[in-house]
Design a binder for this molecule. Structure first.
Ligand SMILES: [Zn+2]
Length: 80
């Protein structure tokens, strides 16, 4: 029969999507995705090392999707 400790749980929910992503080349948290319209391109740029890429927006997507494609392209040697 112990005491019940009541713990105050303060949850901080961040609803903000990350604005900057980790650069696959220099590792800095400095990659910015500038979205465009569907059918056009999104621009991805690292403000640290200057790595840039353009990703075709084929459908409704979030900056994080663009970033994923961007890093895929980087690792497959198509950009950078
Ligand atoms: Zn970089």
């Amino acid at each position: 029969m112990g005491r019940r400790r009541r713990r105050k749980v303060v949850k901080v929910v961040k609803k903000k999507l990350p604005k900057y992503f980790v650069c696959p080349r220099c590792g800095a948290h400095a990659v910015k995705v500038v979205m465009g319209e569907i059918g056009s391109v999104a621009k991805v740029q690292c403000s640290q090392c200057g790595l840039v890429g353009e990703i075709q927006i084929t459908g409704p997507s979030h900056p994080v999707d663009i970033y994923c494609k961007f890093s895929d392209l980087f690792y497959s040697g198509q950009i950078g």
